[in-house]
Design a protein around this ligand. Structure first.
Ligand SMILES: Nc1ncnc2c1ncn2[C@@H]1O[C@H](COP(=O)(O)OP(=O)(O)OP(=O)(O)O)[C@@H](O)[C@H]1O
Ligand SMILES: [Mg+2]
Length: 280
């Protein structure tokens, strides 16, 4: 039997006493131009929910880093942003890009991917020459003169910090490149399509320190024209190059904020543990 005269507990008794478990920076669309945003995004592989709760907005012409332990859902989230999980995972929720929900069935996925380009965690060069790796996607859909293509190949290979190493071997098979070189080639290939948004999944994980530094320099130049979302395991890199950082843990975004806040005074304990290496 319940005692009906028992007074209700004050509401404050139900509020969490501890620090928030999640803090998501709410970007003000009046002050920041939003290039891409997600709403109620959930990704399931079979029955397994691998990502949920990411109501995130990404600012145009900024770099946003996605950080977090292995298996925390960074690639799952990133791949969903240009529908690379189609046929692999069940993705629900909305992904807003220029007033369109690109997660809806009506979207021309191929066209959308010209706007939202992606470089995968594992480089996937085509079994073609270095030169044709870059020009193939272009010539499939448009007409370019030899001079234009030469210019694009040189410019994008320079941007990807690979030109000096391959300029005399452009007709060699891309499959003969080392892992780090192949990674830079697929970055050049993505840049050749001039996407609006560039999704990069650990693009410099296979690069030596010099190439990696060159690549960071490139990213900082690219953000004048591109919105970049990059997954990285390198905390220093995230701190150096990105404007915003999102910290992933067990398939959720625990904290999303300006990079300088994440790395100096994160609001969530778990974020602090991760960036200071006290994880686990
Ligand atoms: N194709 C898939 N099928 C089934 N489960 C998957 C698939 N891809 C990823 N997962 C699962 O989803 C979870 C998140 O994986 P995800 O690859 O997104 O992690 P991550 O943060 O990118 O890790 P890493 O830093 O190692 O790349 C993991 O538990 C993983 O096993
Ligand atoms: Mg990954």
């Amino acid at each position: 039997m319940t005692n009906r005269s028992q007074p209700l507990k004050p509401l404050s008794a139900f509020l969490p006493k501890q620090k928030p478990e999640q803090y998501l920076y709410q970007m003000d669309p009046a002050k920041h131009e939003i290039a891409l945003s997600t709403n109620n995004l959930q990704v399931r592989y079979g029955d397994k929910l691998s990502f949920s709760d990411g109501d995130l907005a990404f600012e145009r012409y900024k770099i946003t880093s996605l950080i977090g332990a292995s298996g925390s859902g960074k690639s799952t989230f990133l791949r969903s942003l240009n529908r690379m999980n189609d046929g692999i995972a069940n993705v629900t929720g909305q992904i807003w890009y220029r007033g369109l929900d690109i997660n809806s069935k009506e979207i021309d996925v191929y066209e959308m991917r010209r706007h939202i380009g992606m470089v995968f965690q594992r480089p996937n060069p085509f079994a073609k020459s270095i030169y044709n790796n870059i020009t193939f996607p272009l010539t499939q859909r448009g007409h370019y003169s030899k001079e234009e293509l030469d210019e694009i190949v040189e410019r994008t290979l320079k941007q990807a910090a690979l030109w000096d190493q391959v300029k005399d071997d452009l007709n060699k098979s891309a499959l003969s490149l080392s892992g780090g070189q192949a990674q830079r080639l697929v970055i050049a290939r993505a840049l050749a399509l001039k996407p609006d948004i560039l999704l990069l999944d650990e693009p410099s994980s296979a690069l030596d320190p010099i190439s990696s530094a060159q690549f960071e320099e490139t990213l900082l130049q690219l953000k004048e024209h591109y919105t970049i979302i990059i997954v990285t395991h390198n905390m220093q890199q995230a701190a150096r190059i990105s404007d915003y950082t999102a910290f992933f843990h067990l398939g959720k975004v625990v904290e999303y904020d300006l990079t300088r806040k994440i790395f100096t005074r994160p609001k969530v304990e778990l974020t602090n543990d991760y960036i200071s290496g006290n994880f686990g």
